[in-house]
Write a protein of this length. Structure first.
Ligand SMILES: Cc1cc2nc3c(=O)[nH]c(=O)nc-3n(C[C@H](O)[C@H](O)[C@H](O)COP(=O)(O)OP(=O)(O)OC[C@H]3O[C@@H](n4cnc5c(N)ncnc54)[C@H](O)[C@@H]3O)c2cc1C
Length: 428
C-alpha cells in the first residue's frame, strides 16, 4: 500500500519507520529541510515511561493562582488571550479533577508503557547512538506536602506495574551525586527506575537514515497547503510542490495539525503550548546530572545528554508566537543554578530554543482513524511526544495496515471528543 505521512518530527519519522517495516511504500512530506527541526528539536530529553502525567490535575488551578501571586510562574498567559487560548484553558480546567486525572493518566501510561517496548524493539532492529542512558529519572520534593501528593500517583503507577521508589534525601544524592549542594533544602524524591533519557533530535535523524535505507521517500522543503477529499476519502495532499497521492494518509503535523484538519471539518483541540530549553556544556561529571531530574514545583526538567546539560520547561500560552523570551532563559538558568550550581562551564555557552508542544486539554495524544476512511491521526502528544513516539509509530502502522493493535485505543483516538464527530454531517 502507498502511504503518505504528513510531517517529519519524531512522530512522523517513527511512523514512517514502522510503516516501511511492514512493507508499505512510504512518502513523508515535510516543510523543513530535514527531520525534527521543530518541536522534536531540543526538548528535555526524558523518556518518561513512569513520570507520565497530564498537566490538568486537581491542584493546577490553585498552583496557577500561587504562581501568579509570587510573580515567578512557569505558566505565562498572554493577556490578550485568543479564542483558541480561552477554549484550551476552559477544556483543561474541566479536566482538573481527581477522576479525570486518573482516567487521563491511565490512558497516557498505557501509551507510554507500550512505547517503551516499541523503542526496545527499534533498538534490537539496528545499532544506533542517540546519547541514550537507562538510569531512571528522579522527581525532587522540596517539602513533605509534595511527598503526600505523590502517593496518589504511586497508586496509579502500581496498577500499571511501573516501578517507582520513594527516596530519602541521602538516597537522592546517592542516585544523583551532583545534588550534594542542595541536600539540605530537599525533602526527598521519587525514583522512576524504568525511565530512559536520550536526544530526540539525534534519534529522529538515526531513524531517518534507517528509513531511507529501507526505501522511505522524504520530500523536504514541501509545504502542505490542504488535504483534498473525494467520496468521503482523501484523494490527495496539496503542497507548494504539487499533489501527492496515496492509499492512506497519516497526519503528524504536531501543533499545526489542527490548522490543516479544520479545513476538512475535523476539529482536534490541539493547542501550541510554547516551551523553552537551554543546553550548556558540562564542566565536570561529578557536579552534573547523570539522568533526568524533574522539579515539579518549578516545572522544569534537567537532563544529561552526552557532554551537555539540557534544562527545559515553561508553558507559554501565546498561540504561534515564536519569539525567544529572555525572561524564560533567566528562569531556566535560575532553575539549573538552584539544583546543579557547579555543573556547567559558563552561561555564555548557552543554546536557547523554543518549541510548541502539540497539547490536548486532557493530556493523551490523538491516534487512530477519522471519519474519512483512509485518513489517520498521530498527533497531540503534548509534553510527552518523545516518550510516546515509538509506540505511536507502531500503533498507527498497525491501524493503517489493518493489524489488530497490541493495546486498546480507548481514550486515545479522536472519538473521546464529542465535537469532533460533527464532521460526519458536514463532510461524510
Ligand atoms: C520545552 C519542551 C520540552 C519537552 N520535553 C519533552 C520530554 O522531555 N519528553 C517528551 O517525551 N516530550 C517532550 N516534549 C514534547 C515533545 O517534544 C513533542 O511532543 C514532540 O516533539 C512532538 O512531535 P511531533 O512530531 O508531533 O511534532 P513536531 O516535531 O513539531 O513535528 C511536526 C512536523 O510537521 C511539520 N509541519 C507542520 N506543518 C507543516 C506543513 N503545513 N507542511 C509541511 N510540514 C509541516 C513541521 O515542520 C514538523 O517537522 C517537550 C516539548 C517542549 C517544547
Amino acid at each position: 500500500m502507498k502511504v503518505v505521512v504528513l510531517g517529519a518530527g519524531v512522530i512522523g519519522t517513527t511512523s514512517a519507520y514502522f510503516l516501511a517495516k511492514q512493507g508499505h511504500e512510504v512518502t513523508v512530506i515535510e516543510r523543513q529541510n530535514s527531520v525534527a527541526m521543530e518541536t522534536s528539536h531540543a526538548n528535555a530529553g526524558c523518556l518518561s515511561y513512569g513520570f507520565t502525567s497530564p498537566w490538568a490535575g486537581p491542584g493546577l488551578p490553585l498552583s496557577i493562582l500561587k504562581w501568579t501571586l509570587t510573580g515567578r510562574s512557569p505558566l505565562i498567559i498572554n493577556p490578550n488571550m485568543s479564542i483558541e487560548t480561552i477554549k484550551f484553558l476552559y477544556r483543561m480546567y474541566k479536566n482538573c479533577n481527581a477522576r479525570s486525572y486518573e482516567v487521563n493518566k491511565s490512558r497516557m501510561l498505557r501509551m507510554a508503557k507500550y512505547s517503551q517496548k516499541a523503542l526496545i524493539e527499534i533498538e534490537s532492529d539496528f545499532d544506533f547512538n542517540y546519547e541514550q542512558r537507562k538510569q531512571g529519572s528522579l522527581q525532587l520534593f522540596w517539602d513533605t506536602k509534595e511527598i503526600e501528593k505523590s502517593n496518589r500517583d504511586i497508586a496509579i503507577l502500581e496498577k500499571f506495574n511501573i516501578k517507582s521508589e520513594l527516596l530519602s534525601t541521602e538516597d537522592c544524592v546517592k542516585t544523583e551525586p551532583g545534588l550534594k549542594y542542595v541536600k539540605n533544602k530537599l525533602a526527598g524524591g521519587i525514583h522512576f527506575k524504568d525511565d530512559f533519557t536520550g536526544n530526540c533530535y539525534m534519534f529522529s535523524n538515526e531513524i531517518y537514515k534507517k528509513c531511507v535505507e529501507i526505501g522511505v521517500n522524504f520530500e523536504f522543503n514541501t509545504d502542505i497547503k490542504s488535504i483534498q477529499i473525494n467520496n468521503n476519502k482523501v484523494s490527495s495532499v496539496s503542497t507548494n510542490r504539487g499533489e501527492f497521492n496515496a492509499d492512506a494518509y497519516s497526519v503528524s503535523l504536531g501543533s499545526y495539525s489542527s490548522r490543516i484538519l479544520s479545513k476538512i471539518g475535523i476539529q482536534t483541540p490541539i493547542y501550541p503550548v510554547k516551551g523553552y530549553s537551554i543546553t550548556l556544556p558540562v564542566l565536570n561529571d561529578g557536579d552534573a546530572p547523570q539522568s533526568t531530574i524533574m522539579d515539579e514545583k518549578n516545572k522544569i526538567a534537567i537532563t544529561r545528554l552526552g557532554d551537555t546539560i539540557r534544562v527545559a520547561g515553561m508553558a507559554h500560552l501565546t498561540d504561534f508566537d515564536k519569539n525567544l523570551r529572555t525572561k524564560s532563559l533567566d528562569s531556566l538558568m535560575r532553575g539549573l543554578d538552584l539544583i546543579f550550581p557547579k555543573s556547567y562551564v559558563s552561561s555564555e555557552d548557552v543554546q536557547f530554543w523554543t518549541g510548541f508542544r502539540p497539547s490536548t486539554p486532557d493530556g493523551p495524544p490523538i491516534i487512530g482513524p477519522t471519519p474519512f476512511a483512509n485518513l489517520f491521526l498521530n498527533t497531540g502528544h503534548g509534553t510527552l511526544g518523545w516518550t510516546m513516539s515509538a509506540g505511536s509509530g507502531k500503533l498507527i502502522a498497525n491501524l493503517i495496515s489493518g493489524i489488530n493493535p497490541d493495546i486498546s485505543t480507548e481514550g486515545i483516538d479522536m472519538s473521546r471528543y464529542s465535537f469532533s464527530n460533527k464532521i460526519r454531517k458536514n463532510h461524510g
